[in-house]
Design a protein around this ligand. Structure first.
Ligand code: NAD
Ligand code: ZN
Length: 251
């Protein structure tokens, strides 16, 4: 645990230089510079609907056509988007640190497309469907650029399927949080990037790492739930700050 620093960038470099085990927790903000809208802020509205109201089991039960239309629009954005320098820097971090785990709240697949390997997708993936009857997950084979002729159905039993995404108000899948929590016990630094902190479990993992001795570094242009608790706050966009950290670490 370090005291709050007047020179956060230098303090972050010092902590990262001395670290061996790095835990990274990312949120929607890391993909903002790839053109994927965040939920909170200007991008959180679609046709006047608030994204946090659409991403719920109740909304799907009430109007699956509307929710699938929203997800088809979001899939299209994710497929057009490409990883930005923040995603790419994390691939370098993974190669450089002896032990590395990336826990992402994002469903866009951009970390994997950038080349990150040890990734836990806490909230699922936009390219999979989940059967409402047999609970099996499958790849979404619909073309995100074409309006579908029917709603996605389970390839095993034919029943209506939903996106394989953890929605607001739902419990995490078994084992997912535990895997990250085990790493939180050995992390020397926990880097939290682009999350407002309003979804609590990912933040709890970061605080768990801090409780076990990790230095908590946040990267975000604006302060959120976690900021008062972070040891170091690097205020700015991830697409500039992560490459800057990486280039300083290499020099
Ligand atoms: P959020 O929408 O609540 O907050 C986004 C955060 O990113 C804000 O704190 C904002 O200040 C910050 N931010 C904006 N631009 C940034 C930049 N260039 N660099 C760094 N930070 C930046 O996002 P959340 O906390 O991840 O919670 C939203 C939930 O919705 C999550 O559960 C997530 O699964 C889901 N979601 C995912 C995606 C995606 O897959 N890309 C997009 C939207 C929402
Ligand atoms: Zn099924």
């Amino acid at each position: 645990m370090i005291t709050k620093s007047a020179e956060p960038f230098s303090a972050a470099i010092r902590e990262l230089t001395n670290a061996r085990n790095l835990l990274v927790v990312t949120g929607a903000g890391i993909s903002a510079e790839s053109g994927v809208p965040t939920f909170r802020g200007a991008g959180g509205l679609w046709r006047g609907y608030d994204a946090t109201q659409l991403a719920t089991p109740e909304a799907f039960a009430k109007n699956p056509e509307l929710i699938w239309e929203w997800y088809r629009w979001r899939r299209e954005i994710c497929h057009v988007a490409t990883p930005n320098p923040a995603h790419e820097s994390l691939v370098e971090f993974e190669r450089a640190f002896p032990r590395f785990l990336l826990a992402t709240q994002n469903v866009d697949g951009l970390h994997a497309r950038a080349g990150s390997k040890n990734v836990v997708q806490l909230h699922g993936t936009i390219d999979e469907i989940l059967c409402k009857r047999c609970y099996r997950a499958s790849k979404n084979i619909d073309d995100p650029f074409e309006p579908p002729s029917k709603l996605p159905t389970c390839p095993h039993c034919g029943k209506l399927a939903r996106p394989n995404i953890l929605w607001f108000g739902e419990s995490y899948w078994e084992g997912v949080l535990q895997k990250v929590a085990s790493f939180a016990h050995i992390a020397d630094v926990c880097l939290v990037i682009g999350t407002s902190g309003q979804v609590w479990p990912p933040i709890a993992l970061a605080l768990e790492a801090q409780k076990n001795g990790a230095t908590l570094i946040e990267i975000n242009p604006t302060s959120g739930e976690l900021t008062p608790k972070a040891d170091i706050w690097l205020q700015g966009p991830a697409g500039s700050l992560l490459p800057a950290l990486w280039s300083q670490l290499c020099s």
